[in-house]
Every structure is written in C-alpha cells, then in structure tokens.
Design a binder for this molecule. Sequence first.
Ligand SMILES: Cc1ncc(COP(=O)(O)O)c(C=O)c1O
Length: 426
Amino acid sequence: MSATRAQEEAGRLDAADPLSTLRAEFAIPPWPGGRHPEWAYFAGNSLGLMPRAARAALDAELGEWARLAVEGWFEAREPWLEYAGALRPSVATLVGASPDEIAVVGTLSVNLHLLLASFFRPGGERRRILIEDTAFPSDSHVVRSQAAWHGLDPDETVLRVAPRDGEATLRVEDVVEAIERDGESLALVLLGAVNYLTGEVLPLREITEATHRAGAVCGWDLAHAIGNVPVDLHESGADFAAWCHYKYVNGGPGAPAGIFVNERHWREAEPLRLAGWWAVDPATRFRMEPGFVPRRGAEGWAISTPPIVAYAPLRASLALFDRVGMAALRERSIRLTGWLETLLDDVAATRRITLITPREVDRRGSQLSIAVEHAEAVARRLRHEHGVVCDVRQPDVLRFAPAPLYSSFEDCSRAAAALRDLSEPR
Ligand SMILES: Cc1ncc(COP(=O)(O)O)c(C=O)c1O
C-alpha cells in the first residue's frame, strides 16, 4: 500500500471510530519545527501520556494541602486517609479481582520484594524460582537477590525458561513442561503476564494451575498487562501479583503501583510479612500501639504513608478507564494493532524488519515489537526526522505500542512510512 493510500485509509478509520475523540483528553507531546504538530507516540509501554485531567487532580490536592495542612488526612474533599483505598475498585476491575484483594501502593520492584517476603519461603528441597529468560531485568534482580538473601546460590536457585532456538516467544507447553520437570524443587513461579520485550501474553490460568499442581506458588508481573489486555487474576487462582501504573494506565512517571493478594491467603490466616503501620486498620492506627494487627486484604501489605500528591494523576487516569471500560478499549486496541501489523508487513516485504510479537490476537495486546538492524540509530532518526517515538530494547528490538486511549490509525501509518524510509532494503 502506498504511503498516501495508507494515510487516507487511516484518516477514514480514525473518523469512523467514536473512541478517536478520547485522544483530546491527553497531552500529546508537540514536535516543534517538525512536519507534524505532534509526536506519533508509541512508547506507552514505557510511560503513558498525561491525561489532561491530571493537572486539575494534582492541583486539587495541592489546594487541600494549602487549605487544610494535616487536617487534609481527614477533612479533604477526598480524605487522604482513604485516598489510595478509594482507587481500588477501578484497579480491581482492570485486573479481575475484588477490591479487597488489591492495594494501590508502593512501587513495582519494591512490592515484589515485599510479596516475596511472604510468598518465597524456601524449605528443604523446595527452593527454586522459575522466571522467563527474557524477564524484565528488575524481576531477575529481585528473585536472584531474594535467593541470596535466603543464603541460596542465585545461579542454582533461579531457573529460566527460554524460547526455543530460532524462536522469539515462549511456547506455553514449554513453560508448563519446565514447571513439571522441576516440580519437586520449585517454590515459586514468577512470570510476566505480557512479556515486556515481545508483547507476548501468557495464559494466567493454565500456568497458575500447572504451578499449583507442582506444589509451588504462582505470582505474576502485570506491568505490561494492566490497562492493556483483560486480566482475570482471581479466576486464574494466582497467589499474588504486582504491577506499575505508569505504562498503559497513564498514572504518571513513577506513579504509585499495585499489588494483588488472593483472598485465600488472608481470609483465614495471617501470613508472615514485613510490616509497617499503614497496614494497620485506620481505626486503631493512631492509638500508636506497638502490636501489629493488619487490615484484612491486600492493604495489609501496605507499609508507609502514601504519597497523596503522586496518587492524584493516577486517580484522574483511572476515571477515564472507568468511563470507557476495558472491553471497548480492547476492541479498539485489536483494530489499531491489527492496522499497524498490516502496515508493518507491507514494510517488511521490502525492508529488513521482522515482527517478533505473536500474530494471534489473543496472544498479544497493544504492542508490536520488531527486530531491526541498528535499532538505536533507527529509533533516534524516527524521533528526530519523523516525530515518531518508540522504545529501543538492546540489542535490536523496537517496541511500538499503539495505545487505544490516544494513539490514532494515522499515527500508525506515519510510523510505518517512517520505518520504510529508515530501514535497510532486503
Ligand atoms: C515487566 C517489568 N517489571 C518490573 C519493572 C520495574 O518497575 P519499577 O522500576 O517501577 O520497580 C518494569 C519497569 O518497566 C517492568 O516493565
């Protein structure tokens, strides 16, 4: 398809989709002096764009601080004492859990450590941890340092399941086979529900069930899944999960994160955990007693005073998800990603780029990754010469995330035309 035809077709697709109007709710970074007024932004799987409502939300809390100071904890229009808790229903909907199974708290890697303090309890032969070979580096650092913290050898403790030779993505049967093979020695499986590099979606339920059959605990990193694909944490039987809110959820750089702890772990018993006063029921917290009686639910893993000002943009963003709903977003995401795929296939016919994300719609979300030579240089030129912003992952991967809340079909045709211009001919 010629660039002009693709652009015209994209214009028609944008005009025909009622959700295209959502773009106006976001600050799209400008491209000063460029051929287009704005960037075509595809780095939503690193940092989502700012919802315009974030500014007012932030300003509102600064106003309450100015007006009420410490009394804001109790008397702000949205009392700060329950500000984080009030976000749980929206987040719970995005991850398929009950609000009590959720806490909006902390940051992802730190939360993983806190959850592993409860859920990685190596004993006897059962002490190994299985992750993906292409796990996000921080997840690898978390589990390896946990192993060392427990006096274990990280190389011997952490098993990595890799794609087959010549393949970019995991086969589910290989993950299940790895779990079964090491079943007796396995304490924990920790996987990304959507792989950060390839965008591959793993089936939560199938892998969680295989983990439980092996007698191990199953945790999920939802960093690239939340706000991207529908997730059903509770139904999957997952033991715990953690994620950030700064990618597809657009909660802002370093936004407060989220955790899930399946209710079976706190309904009846009190699991071992690392504790702090913010886990204590607010009704008794300020009695300042040394005894620790945690809240029932995932908020029992909260530790410190929440940074309210940092929560405000997240609150504004979640309101958009509440309004539009994941089902409608997923539907648009499938169409947008499919459109980008068609255009990239066209480019790949004559240029040396290779799509490494699964082709099947239910095995991917709003992300297409391509392998390309000189990825770093191509990304730089995409941005500076075409105003197209994507992510580079060394050595040779470019990630494009057409986010259904703000990316347009036209952004996709711009990206494809730019790639055709910049990549090597076959
Ligand atoms: C899959 C995954 N896990 C963990 C992290 C680390 O998150 P944080 O820096 O918020 O701890 C990231 C960050 O991008 C990620 O993508």
